[in-house]
Design a protein around this ligand. Structure first.
Ligand SMILES: [Zn+2]
Ligand SMILES: [Zn+2]
Length: 77
């Protein structure tokens, strides 16, 4: 049984940007802008099935199109 690959949009960038702690999240007066992602972050397509995600942090990103052909590495079963 093989899990189908599912595309997702992953954010990649510096840790402070992923954590929402860089200057881009604040305006000139230091007030939070309430944005989700700063301009430093790139987005890339990744395979959700074969990426390792811990909460909203991506530990391992499987690039899309996914080249992982089978699920023999999967240990969740
Ligand atoms: Zn995949
Ligand atoms: Zn940033």
């Amino acid at each position: 049984m093989s899990a189908p690959c599912v595309p997702m949009t992953a954010h990649v960038g510096a840790e402070e940007c992923l954590d929402g702690e860089c200057d881009d999240y604040l305006d000139e007066d230091g007030e939070p802008l309430g944005i989700d992602t700063c301009t430093h972050l790139d987005t890339e397509q990744a395979c959700e099935t074969h990426s390792t995600v811990d909460g909203n942090r991506i530990l391992h990103t499987a690039r899309w199109p996914c080249t992982t052909t089978d699920t023999t590495e999967e240990t969740s079963r």
